[in-house]
Structure formats: C-alpha cells, structure tokens
Design a binder for this molecule. Sequence first.
Ligand code: NAD
Length: 480
Amino acid sequence: MEKILNYINGELVEPINGSYLDNYNPSIGKVYSQIPDSNEKDVDMAYFAANEAFLGWSNTPKEERSKIMMRISDLIEENLVELAKAESIDNGKPVKLATQVDIPRAASNMRFFATAILHYASESHDMDGEAINYTLRKPIGVVGCISPWNLPLYLFTWKIAPALASGNCVIAKPSEVTPMTAYLFSKLCIEAGLPKGVLNIIHGMGPSVGSPITTRPGIKAISFTGGTATGKAIAKVAAPMFKKLSLELGGKNPNIIFADCDFDKALKTTMLSSFANQGQICLCGSRIFVERPIYEKFRDAFAAKTKKLKVGNPSDADTNLGAIVSKAHLEKVLSYVDLAQEEGGTVLAGGNKVQLEGELSEGYFMEPTIIEGLAFDCRTNQEEIFGPVVTIMPFDTEEEVVVMANSTEYGLAATVWTQDVGKATRLGACLASGIVWVNCWLVRDLRTPFGGVKNSGVGREGGFNALNFFTEQTNVCIKL
Ligand code: NAD
C-alpha cells in the first residue's frame, strides 16, 4: 500500500514518530494508502529548514523565483492525467471535473503568481520637494498555509503560490482527508528544482500538525481555508501572538432568481452551483430564492433535471456526482435531510444514500437533493451543510429577498439572475457578501479580491491582495 511522505528540507521523509493514518478512497469505502500521522516534532524540523532557507530564497531575484514556479506549473500540466485521477480517487470527485477544473487551476495558480510578482510595484509619495517616501514590500519570513479537502490541490496551490512568489518560505498542511495530490506536488517541486527548505509539506491531523503551525512563534503569518469553527480556534491562538491572519471560512450562499432572468441559463447554471463537486464547494448556492411568478415553473424544471443527474463511478465520463468525501461527512449531510423534514420541509428530489453495485457498493454516494417548504430562518437554511443538498423558496419583493439572503451568519458568495441592470446593481450593493455573481457562477478572474464577510472570513485572497498579505511594508522617508 502506498505510503505518503512528508516533504521537509527538499526531501521526502517519514514522520519522526513512524506513525501513519489510513487514507480512504471514498468511492469504494476502503483504505488505499497511508498518510504520516505527524506531530509538532515534524513541524519543528520543517520550521528549522524553512528558516534556514529564507535568506537565500528571499534574496533570489524575482525572475528566478518566477522561473522555478513556472516550471512547477508546467509539470502540473504535464502530469494532468495522473494528478486528476489521484484527486478523484482521494476525494471522490468525478475525474472529468478534476481534469477540467481542479488540476488546470492548480497550474494556473502557480503561473498566475509567478508572473504577478514580476508586476508587483510599490508606492511612492512625493511631499512637494520637502521629502520623498517610497514603500518597500518585504517577504514576512516563514509562513503557514493550511487547506481543506474539497478542492485539494486547487486550494493548496492558491495559498502557497503567492507566499513563495513573494519570497517567503512555507510550511504547508493539506487536509488529512485528501493528502495525495499535495504529496505528488512535492515530487514535482523536487523535479522543478525548488531549493530545499523553501516549501515544506507536513501531513497529519489538525490538532497535531495544524495547531503547532499556528502556535509556533517563528511562523509569522497563517493563511487558512476551512471551516468557521476551525478558523475561530486558529484566530484565538494566533491573534494574541500578532500573527498576520487570512481566514477563508464557511458559506451558506444565496442563489437569487428573478422572474426577468434568462430562464434556461439560470436553470443550467443552478444545476452546477447546486451540485458540482457533490455540492462541496464553499461557493455553491445552497439556498435558492425564486421570484413568485416563475417559482413553480423553475422548481419543477429544476427538480426534473436533478432527478436525471447520474450519481456514479467518478471515472465514468457521464457521471455528474461522484462520492461524498468521507463516511462521517455523508452521515452529516444526510442528517440535515432528516432535520429539514423535522422542520417541515418536503423533499422534492433525492434525499437518500445511493447504493451502487460491485466495487462501489461500500462507497459514500448520495442523491442530489432539493428541499421545499422551509422558513428562511430555520436551521437547515442557516447552517452550512456542504453537500448536494439545496433548499428552494419563493419570494415577492427585492427588499424581502435581500433580508432573507442576508439572514445567515455567513457572507461568502451570492448569485443573482436578472436582465435588469438596475436591480443587479442594487443587489450587488445590498448583499452582505464578499462576492456577487450576476448571471453567472464561479467565473473567476484571479486578479479579483476573493473572500467573505461575517463568519465567512477575514481578509482577501487573489491578485495583489494575496501578495500584500504575504509581505510587510517598510516606508522609507528621505528628506530632500
Ligand atoms: P476543517 O476546518 O475541518 O479543516 C481545514 C484544515 O484545517 C485541515 O487541513 C485540517 O486538518 C486543519 N485543522 C483542523 N483543526 C485545526 C486546528 N486546530 N489548527 C490548525 N489547523 C486545523 O475544514 P474542512 O472540513 O477540511 O473543509 C470544509 C470547510 O472549508 C467548509 O466549511 C467550507 O466552507 C470551507 N471552505 C472555505 C473556502 C473559502 O474559500 N472560504 C473554500 C473551501 C472550503
């Protein structure tokens, strides 16, 4: 059985304690590889390597850092097929999705920040002949990047690319639920010639690896993507140490469909924003609000299309939904279907675990599910489910839907469907959300600010925001 290894000081190494955890393939419900059960000793070793490497890497010319990162990006593309397969086995997502979205985006992340750093300029403030100021942007030092399981390599590279580009050395922790592509990535970093110690990848559990990363004094910034409860725990320990913190947390996103929308486009995209990646994307629109005049028409068409989606083998090209990431997560998602019914909801489509045949008979599959008839403020409509479960509700006025959309503790992303530019503009201003998509979903320009408000997070990733996060400013004022 394949053993995943840590990547420390440029080498693939066993965890110091020699302990391993089981890594499951969620489509077959069986262990298929072993992952290091690392602890603070491995984090310490990584920290010493990163600290040692910092002087060299931070003084490496940007062009050189950029070239190495471009090589890593090229290697991701050259290994697209293998990486996509590995992501699908580890996470349960369709191979097609990993091939078209996850892995290409990981390559883009590396390429984007490899080039962004070449265009990153600092400011100068001229005081009318009295003095001149210029502001340096310096790398912070050793930084920590902690990522979740839903878009494993995609989100892992989204964090480490800006950190590396701006001259920091990184200790990164992928999710213990989906460690494989981060391991394969460490091999590509070696092949690309990334100097030793610049990036260190430590595998293991949150409390034994993530926590020491957040508490170690020399690690000066933490970029975290994951659940809101974990984000809170990290902020509690990291804030009193005055670490820089970027927190990308949970969501409960509204998808608002007005009667004047392009019906077919809204319906087609809603299928994706509801169920892509088994609904396990922080940006999925899990609360669907439809304006009353088209409510029944939209609901019936949406339910009919949902019932036709294929839940199946992630390797099949025509599979729409693969496996849920773990048994525990499947049970959590199913428990929300029970809760929704206790709260008075009616299941319009799905609602059940899917039993597949043969090798997949122990896999964690679930039907895409639509629930109707719930109050906007019930628990099902307020808590993050993070699975293929959406609710659908009618609304009558713009004011009413804004109140309902803004009613949760989250504020990550919202989608609005309307042909009225005035309405779109008003909603864009009123929705308490870091991202508002109008007549589209998940259209991403990597230069734009990415992040949430309220309990969906603190700070913004994307473009120069990420480079700003991973650098410290020094203003130099020269008296003329
Ligand atoms: P999680 O919070 O359980 O875990 C995320 C990472 O944190 C994992 O690597 C985990 O091992 C680590 N971790 C756990 N406890 C820790 C601790 N005490 N200290 C440091 N690290 C610790 O989240 P998850 O279940 O992997 O991911 C799902 C969540 O991520 C959902 O809530 C989803 O909305 C969110 N998410 C948010 C975004 C975004 O951009 N806002 C993107 C993707 C996922």
